[in-house]
Design a protein around this ligand. Structure first.
Ligand code: XMP
Length: 327
């Protein structure tokens, strides 16, 4: 493709007009590249893959097959949103795979963080490859690679995670329509393609999902407590004007219980840790100063609404010494 690299003189896409011009240009070149063939895309629901999906739906419609693998570690409402936006609204050809049991069974009893990540990543590729094998006539694989991914892999900071991973016998030509864009540009382009703001302006979310927020061996009860408390935190941050202001916020449910009292009786339950941080590049981070009254609301709601939780803590640790995630 002609625009394989970001031209040195490319104007930063900051306006609707520039985004529309980029979309038009990409759509023409995607149609030329793909012709009447089929394209496959692993659609996580994150910003980059969602924007790629929206772009390809506009360019080649039903020739795009999106596969959404629910590994059971997504946030509350996420798989439903992917189905609503892409299948119901954008009329995409979407294969939804609920692989929750498969992932959680493989992860049962695994405590080592790196091992957990490996299992999640490996299983993801296996499920995706299985789905790909069921489809006929796929010649292209679309990916949400963006310009910083390419720069970082060139500098040796991190392996370019997108390419590779699939079994040797599965060879596809790559389609990477946002590979010359920076993240802020991807967001504007996504908005212009009609994606909801909540999808394109969402906070970062790690690939291994809630799995890294359930430290130690993942159990279904703690995972549910992470998911429910995270939903409450997001709802309260949105209500209190912190959504879009705080860079990343989430909850963690560690693998220990403490004594408490609920309904006049002894309880022996999990605690929820709240983390809310600000950063520019995720290399260092500072802690958000949450109003005390909001903290009290969060404690009341989480201990009242989340099953198996009797305590709420706030993590005051900047990065360093703590990383943003717990694993
Ligand atoms: P840490 O915990 O290293 O996180 O301070 C820095 C940022 O990276 C995100 N993160 C990940 N993102 N896959 C991802 O796509 C991962 O495995 C992963 N681990 C951490 C984290 O959420 C934070 O924004």
């Amino acid at each position: 493709m002609a625009n394989d690299r970001r031209p040195d003189d490319m104007v930063r896409i900051t306006t609707n007009e520039l985004a529309d011009a980029f979309i038009e240009e990409q759509i023409a070149s995607l149609r030329e590249q793909i012709g009447s063939k089929k394209v496959l895309l692993a659609l996580s629901g994150g910003v980059d893959s969602s924007v790629v999906a929206a772009m390809l739906i506009r360019a080649v419609g039903q020739q795009l097959v999106c596969v959404h693998v629910n590994h059971g570690l997504l946030r509350k409402g996420e798989p439903e949103q992917v189905i609503e936006v892409f299948r119901n609204q954008m009329k995409a050809n979407l294969v939804y795979v609920d692989a929750t049991d498969r992932f959680l069974n493989k992860l049962a009893g695994v405590t080592d963080p790196e091992q957990k990540r490996k299992i999640i990543g490996g299983e993801f590729i296996e499920v995706f490859a299985e789905e790909a094998r069921k489809l006929e006539g796929i010649e292209f694989l679309a990916q949400g690679t963006i310009w910083p991914d390419i720069l970082e892999s060139e500098k040796g900071i991190k392996a370019h995670h997108n390419a590779g991973g699939l079994p040797e016998d599965m060879k596809f030509e790559l389609v990477e329509p946002v590979k010359i864009l920076f993240k802020d540009e991807v967001r504007i382009v996504g908005e212009r393609l009609g994606l909801p703001a909540g999808m394109v302006y969402r906070q970062p979310f790690p690939g291994p999902g809630l799995g890294v927020r359930c430290p130690g061996a993942i159990t279904r009860d703690r995972l549910e407590a992470v998911r429910e408390s995270d939903a409450i935190l997001r709802e309260e941050f949105a209500k209190n004007g912190l959504e879009g202001k705080v860079w990343q916020y989430f909850t963690v449910v560690p693998d220990f219980r403490s004594t408490g009292i609920k309904n006049g009786e002894r309880s022996f339950e999990w605690c929820v840790i709240i983390r809310a941080v600000n950063t520019k590049d995720a290399m260092t981070a500072s802690v958000e100063e949450i109003p005390f009254s909001l903290m009290q609301t969060l404690v009341n709601r989480i201990t009242g609404e989340v099953k198996g939780v009797n305590r709420v803590l706030y993590d005051f640790t900047p990065k360093p010494t703590g990383t943003i995630e717990y694993e």
